[in-house]
Write a protein that binds this ligand. Sequence first.
Ligand code: SAJ
Length: 413
Amino acid sequence: NTVGVVGLGYIGLPTAAILASKDVKVVGVDINERTIEAINRGDVPFVEPDLATYVGGAVQHGTLRATNTPEPADAFIIAVPTPFQDGYEPDLSYIKAAVAAVAPQLSGGELLILESTSPPGATRKMAEWVIAARPDLSLDGAPGTAQIHVAHCPERVLPGRVMIELVTNDRIVGGLTAEAAQMAKDLYAIFCQGEILLTDDVTAEMAKLVENSFRDVNIAFANELSLIADKLGIDVWELIRLANHHPRVNILQPGPGVGGHCIAVDPWFIVDADPEQAKLIRTAREVNDSKPQWVIEQVEKAAAGIESPTIAALGLAFKADIDDLRESPARKIVADLADRLPNAAVVVVEPHIDALPAELANRRNVRLAPLAHASEVADVTVVLVDHTEFKERVANGQVSTRGIIIDTRGICK
Ligand code: SAJ
């Protein structure tokens, strides 16, 4: 059995590596030459626990290799980005490009799986693009055509736990036909020990979007509570901890906003699909998107009156214990603070990176520093990420309480 995995990012590469570790011959395809070179050397282009061991092992074993053009295979897994454009319209151009590359390699009988998080109807569209490019293929094997099988199988793994959750999570498989769903189930069963649940394509697409919207709405609830608690002069962390003692209440944690490329994006696909009905989902997005602004105002208030304040920003990643800065509210908060307070020095502490991203490195009043230094010089400290390292240092009294602390993650209790 050979599998082509198109898109070797945060999902494609771990999936390719885990399949290859089960002796499936995997050809990974990506447009980024540096990604291809890294993988073929047995290296990984980004940090994810245990991924390097899987990739290194599979490359050495000869079951995984990366290239820039798809090759014939029994199955293709497409795991490319699906961002949204202005006005929240999903951008399917990466799927379209992947299809254009894969279609010439098909000869009939293959299974095509879309793993990218997708708006309702995208899997069917993908199949239509394949057939438009290859009129000799069809979904039903009509006379004069060879049949291909198409399914949607959204990934649901948590960054930081990808190699574990790929194996242990249940999976949803939505087939354009029952046969396609069964074939996809057989493929995932090679490494997935969770339940593999079969449904149709649109239900599978929506299931993924709904999971992330559920989390977004619940985080928005916590974020809204944090503003109300602040007005009332009470501690939101204590409030939530107490309320969560109720047997049927489980409130999530407020923070500086919602980051990452999934939870802050996927709900918009539902809003785009039905703008009239998706009121709560839209409002939750707006509540979470407005939280960074509120944090910025808190810091500005704290720094008011200090002539050249030094502001320590603890954390830049989009959540704890990872190096991923994509869509990170912390990053936005730091950039905006540097612009809005030109006389301030913003000292960023992010133990998981060696250098600031370009847009921050280019600002003359932002610099990266170790925690010990930042806590010595800070007039205002804003905690933006609850990295374990920060929590441990706080617990050991290694973070100075000099100046004012604005704790968006509740680690300074
Ligand atoms: N966050 C809070 N408060 C919380 C929980 C999270 O403010 O109580 C923030 C985080 O700090 C972060 C953002 O939300 O900025 C998202 O973090 P996350 O850990 O909730 O989720 P992701 O984006 O890392 O991964 C999610 C997961 N989805 C769900 O838990 C429903 C993961 O299983 C999905 O596979 C992933 O999205 C995806 O790729 O869609």
